[in-house]
Design a binder for this molecule. Structure first.
Ligand SMILES: [Zn+2]
Length: 456
């Protein structure tokens, strides 16, 4: 239930595609707000009382059939301290959304109003033999500058905060090394994206924002294809899972559901985090089933089957192409709104920002900070929409998993582990606005309803 992998992959690509250098501010590709911390490793605060009260099969068998009562019994196994901690961790994330948006906009404004940004643009044009190369240089420099300027916030949310909540396993040096790798990746991806985008924008004219949407969706698709193959191995080592009951069980479900691969890969996420995660990545011949070592080590076979059935569900239901389409529609609105704002601001400040007059300004890479700023605000406002797009698919994958693995208890056990860092029982509006996956209360409720209806 790297239930997040889909979103991370998409958002990373989406942001890169939209040349949102702000994404660099939100952390390296290796440090998404990933999945579950294992129960055993939820920090030192509760070394005596377990965060999740352990139970045995007899407890599960004796649960009432009534879905509501069974859900309550599961949720009550979370200790009050663990619940308070996960609430605090998750609610802190609401504010981080705001701070990241404001910082992204502030950096964009700083680069527009000060000299260095256009100085880099002009220098790149002098030294680069081709315009696309000059644009690429500017794009790379923009990401580097934005990363540097947002570094304090990155350290807080990617390192300090993760350690404070007992989810990170890396020392600062190792973490910083990965940030640098992430920066190198972001520079290369953004340079490529910016070169393509502005090559199109120079020819696009009035309707440039429609063309920009097409470019962004194309770049997102490229990101989804190359991410698992070229980028993920920069952060983790992947090796085949040993033959055995777990691998056989996973492959049996995969083959029955049209995932065309015989490979189940394991990766060493424990070097970064205590969280449990897995994903099914790629399409066709590049399809690959991947689960992390935390999941393998800390979960029962029933739990692993429940997790992998969920991931297989994402693949079988075509959630990656669906996400591309739905985010494409959203970006269409985003670029449209950005164009409206940009044209007005350019009329007023274009000269001060040392940009050409009229329509040529949006095709000048020097206006990139303005585009980034506008899209950053739009994506912030669209948070409930993006979360609902993803959350809806996650619910479908949960249902798929229940029908495929038929492990409502395995599913509920893993969800309880996820609940250690994701608020368990939010209000309905809170869940609508902030949750990219349904809350534990919703998901365990679904598993227990399934159990209520399926058992004789
Ligand atoms: Zn998922």
């Amino acid at each position: 239930m790297r239930y997040v992998s889909l979103r991370t992959a998409c958002m990373a690509a989406c942001l890169a595609a939209a040349t949102l250098a702000a994404s660099a501010a939100a952390g390296s590709p290796s440090s998404p707000p990933a999945e579950a911390p294992a129960s055993a490793a939820a920090g030192t605060a509760d070394a005596t009382a377990p965060a999740i009260r352990p139970v045995d099969d007899a407890w599960r068998a004796s649960l009432p059939l009534d879905a509501q009562a069974a859900t309550r019994a599961y949720l009550d196994r979370l200790s009050p301290e663990a619940k308070a901690r996960s609430d605090a961790y998750f609610e802190g994330g609401y504010w981080l959304l705001l701070w990241n948006m404001l910082l992204g906009v502030a950096i964009a404004a700083l680069l527009l109003f000060t000299r260095p940004s256009t100085a880099v643009r002009d220098w790149a044009r002098r030294v680069a033999p081709w315009r696309w190369l000059a644009d690429a240089i500017y794009g790379g420099a923009y990401v580097a500058a934005a990363t540097l300027l947002s570094f304090p916030l990155t350290v807080y949310q990617g390192f300090v905060r993760e350690h404070a909540y007992g989810m990170a396993t890396q020392g600062f040096g190792a973490w910083l090394g990965e940030q640098l790798i992430g920066l190198a990746v972001a520079v290369v991806m953004t340079a490529f994206g910016v070169a393509v985008l502005y090559a199109v924008l120079r020819r696009a004219g009035e309707r440039w924002w429609m063309w920009a949407t097409g470019v962004a969706v194309g770049l997102m698709a490229v990101g989804v294809l190359v991410g698992p193959v070229w980028i993920d191995p920069l952060f983790n080592t992947y090796r085949p899972v040993e033959d055995g009951p777990v691998k056989r069980a996973v492959l049996a479900m995969a083959h029955a559901n049209g995932v065309p691969t015989d490979q189940v890969m394991e990766f060493d996420a424990s070097r970064q985090t205590t969280r449990v995660s897995a994903n099914v990545s790629g399409i066709g011949s590049t399809a690959s089933i991947r689960l992390n070592d935390n999941l393998l080590r800390r979960s029962s076979e029933a739990e692993i089957r429940a997790v992998m059935a969920h991931e297989i569900g994402h693949y079988a239901m075509g959630h990656v192409p669906q996400t591309l389409l739905q985010f494409g529609v959203l970006l269409f609105a985003g670029f449209g709104a950005s164009a409206w704002v940009m044209h007005r601001l350019l009329r007023r400040y274009g000269e001060r920002w040392r940009l050409p007059g009229g329509a040529a300004a949006v095709a000048d890479v020097g206006s990139l900070p303005l585009l980034v700023g506008a899209l950053t605000v739009f994506m912030f406002l669209a948070t409930p929409v993006t979360n609902t797009i993803v959350r809806t698919m996650e619910s479908h994958a949960d249902l798929w998993a229940l029908n495929l693995a038929r492990e409502p208890h395995g599913e509920a056990e893993v969800l309880l582990k996820l609940a250690e860092y994701r608020k368990t029982e939010p209000g309905p509006w809170e869940e609508f606005i902030f949750f990219d996956h349904p809350s534990a209360a919703s998901r365990i409720g679904m598993a227990m309803r399934w159990r209520e209806q399926q058992l004789p």
